[in-house]
Write a protein that binds this ligand. Sequence first.
Ligand code: CP3
Length: 363
Amino acid sequence: MPSAASRQEPVTERFAQHCFVQACRGLPHDRVPVWFMRQAGRSLPEYRAVRGSGSILDAIKDPDLATEITLQPVRRYGVDAAILFSDIVVPVHAVGFGVTVTPGVGPEVQHPFRSASDLQRLRPLDPETDTPYVLETVRLLVDELKVPLIGFAGAPFTVAAYLIEGRPSRDYLLAKSLMFNAEKLWHGLLDRLADLAIASLQSQVECGAVAVQLFDSWAGALSAEQYKRYVAPHSEKVFEALATSGVPRIHFGVNTSELLNLLAAVGADVVGIDWRVRIDDARARLGDAVALQGNLDPAAVVAGVGPALAGTREVLAANGGHPSHIFNLGHGVVPQCDPDVLSEVVRVVHDEGKVGSLTHAPQ
Ligand code: CP3
């Protein structure tokens, strides 16, 4: 059943003039949009109050709870976009690969991916039957939200890293060994993970997500040559599959200063950058064809209101009023962050973030 809101008007049209969508497209708008990766989560007392002690994967399976958690930061901060409360391991969990998320650690896999026979544990995802709770959450959110909803998926490389390593890793030695020693199997794995991401993202868009973000959080572990050979074809497949949907496609990774051109070239409309690269430097490298998202250091927010606002003003100044900017952190909000400091960051972005006149927009 289409929701009330989607019956009235396609949701992508409802938000076509919204500052977040306009900034993704590099089109004129009235204020610098701001949202935060991991804006929902343990930094919020209201999150801790409703979350309970079970697995995050169980919380995600409860559409009313997941909807409430998604809305909490939108209410508190007045951010310009919501991000679906879910996790990058939801599709692999849903097809029965055997993934859990351990609090304080992250995704853990009981039987990590080791050989060709493990490919059978990654059957295709049918979102309607495998993750109906995700679709229901998106539908509920679309009815509630006055700002665009961002859907997301984990990129093939970052999800593969978890499946092979079995837990968060610092050096990705197991994942890279498989990549170097068993290239055919590696591509077989990433191809299946690309298909899972495509199915998940397309279903989120069909239910009303207005933009999508592909999280390749750990791509910075790769050299440019490695990224091109082992990863780019698969992320490109994901972005190509989403091209016809018409929604802005955001591509994000950490420590990817040396990969920015490649992250854009696989088909992104927006590239997320961390704090290691200045926005104006990133724009000089990428040109005006893509928008940029970022890039305040989350540590500056933890440090307190002084460093957070100084950093916020530096980001705005480095952007220089360019319309193709979505303000965000360089990585996710950390649990130690004081929500009142983030509120101040939003206030300063909205009060002081000026969008200059457009001289370079696509005609
Ligand atoms: O607000 C949002 O951004 C939306 C929700 C969201 C979560 N995970 C919820 C979550 C998003 C976009 C993610 C993506 C995600 N998950 C990524 C990519 C983004 C990034 O941070 O680089 C990654 C690498 C994961 C894997 C993952 N899931 C980790 C590393 C953790 C943290 C483990 C911990 O407890 O410190 C999780 C769990 C998780 N996902 C939490 C949240 C709010 C916290 C745990 C909880 O509440 O139980």
